[in-house]
Design a binder for this molecule. Sequence first.
Ligand code: ADP
Ligand code: MG
Length: 692
Amino acid sequence: MQTTAIQYLKGIGPKRAKSFEARGVKTIEDLLYYFPRRYEDRTNFASISALKEGQIYTIKAQVLAGGQRNSWRRRSFSITEAALEDGTGKISCVWFNQPYLKEYLKVGASLILYGKVERYDGRLQMNNPEFEVIDSQDEDSLNIGRIVPVYILPQGFSQRSMRSLIKNTLDGYLPKINDPLTYDLRTRNNLLNLAQSLLNIHFPQDLDLQKQAHRRLSFEEFFIFQLPLVLRKLSRKEKKGIQHSVEGKLVDDFISGLPFKLTGAQEKVLAEIKKDMASPQAMQRLLQGDVGSGKTVVATLACLAAIQGGYQAAFMAPTEILVRQHYEKISAQLAGLTFAGRKLRVGLLVGQDKEKENIYRDLKAGRIDLIIGTHALLQEELSFKNLGFIVIDEQHKFGVGQRALLPKKGNNPDVLIMTATPIPRTLAITLYGDLDISVINELPAGRLPIKTLLFSQQSSKKAYAIAKEELNYRRQAYIIYPVIEESYALDIAGAKKMFAELKAGEFKDFRLGLIHGQLKTKTQEAAMLKFKNRELDLLVSTSILEVGIDIPNATCMIIAFAERFGLSQLHQLRGRIGRGNLQSFCVLISDGQTQEAKARLEAMLASTDGFRISEEDLKIRGPGEFFGSRQHGLAELKIANPLTQMHLLKAAREEAIALIKQDVRLEDRAHQLLKEKLLQRFPEYESMMLVG
Ligand code: ADP
Ligand code: MG
């Protein structure tokens, strides 16, 4: 494997090595895996005479004249211009605010340009095209007469210098490179070998080979990412877990006490969970379900199934507000139930509790059946008598490491992980391939779909009117702002100031409350509680309200400056209303200008289905952005895309399962290269193999 630092390559000193490092490239192997952003087919250039408005072209032309001026409207704004011709016609090109380009536009210079053709003053023109200056034809076989790669450039590089660096490195190392995928595996899956793939991903002979190279390298990426997940899953299934006796009076009593009937989806998921719990293998199941789909009831039922067999259960949620809400609701639901001749004992644990010591003692002695808490549950001093079941709510708010801590407090307890940001199945496999997955894809009956409306900034009064109408019916409303303090730079108002303004003006006849992250948790909770008890009509808030709040009498939410929120976040916020059987209204106020902002708002208007919304969000932002740095797995996928390469992902996963079943520790000589590569990416794999 080529683990030598790139600094030792010809033409790369410490400085250029640094700028590569900023792009995650440290070794020669990293460099070979630094894939082009796009390609340009320079086997044929478009003739200028044949260009059509609105299309993107690559052309080759000579500079007739070049110049630069400042805009007559804005002095500081520079315009660089060039007139070009290619023997069939002439075209002008314009670059805005890049005065340094002028020196490349010498009369007679040969350029290759890439960009969109537009019409200006009746004539065709390219605005801000990307371009390269071409040397003499024969010296330049890397940059013309072929399909050329275009890279995201590390600082200090041009496309041309990047191309020669990569080409030289390929020439030097490909003859020595070994393939971590065995010949058999490649044949089975119809994959190119590594050397061919690297060559053709950078300098494709033709577009078909580029595609094949792309397929092979994507497969490799999926495969290497699946191996640790599959290993974790298979080795978990080997370990002995708890065999819960899931049928019993406690569960039955709870169900018959509910004021509603479980939905079909809830029943189905509950059956899946019970089956896992009853089996001798430890469960790790991900439960996906849109906001309001009724995950909490299912989770509570599963806890009861464990408790009725004499085990303790723990329910962890990410914020204090949410934990208290779960505690109140679940305590009330369990109040009338008895078990083994006594009442159920439910405990609450949040950060700075004075009761903490007592709770620790009771947990250890087994005097608490169900503990509901924040990450305070992860404290080292805290231990259980016999923890048998764990629920982790809103799992994406916890790190992977945190998620793994709680199960260590029991003896292979069963774990149910819940998320209200449902994602398409292939993505779930990519991220959570070590878990089993359940989905609640149905809302409780009788819910009226939330009506979502969009108003411009100028018509905010209309939005306020909708809220007031709801308040006049003795219902409640939220108004959400993206920031606490107003921002002049962004030209947006903040929650603090708007609270004062609305209270004195538009909503002076109503009782208003305010919550945001600068307020103490106690103050926030007091306001939440008042709102819940209907002592407040209107709650002004930041996105702190996002997670899990359940107040059925709140029927209206205004989201101001809605363009400042992500799509999934908007959907989560909207999920705070429409929770009872009253008609609810979500009113977005926005002058959103960018394409992306418009796409997000349109998606909100078009659908209330969390799966559809998250798919849309993924399309708009791409998986890397969608998950951010929290789920580094996806951001690290450089070439593979689970959304578009579903079949390839499945094939790679199946190969990963087959391999681990056959050679868990990758001891076979044929697997040595793969093992090295895997350990480079996932050093923790070593210890996982020992456990497995
Ligand atoms: P989630 O956690 O999935 O966002 P919750 O479990 O908080 O959803 O449920 C939202 C609301 O719907 C709660 O008030 C809950 O009591 C209620 N609910 C749950 N299941 C049903 C059902 N089958 N029929 C009617 N209402 C239900
Ligand atoms: Mg919930």
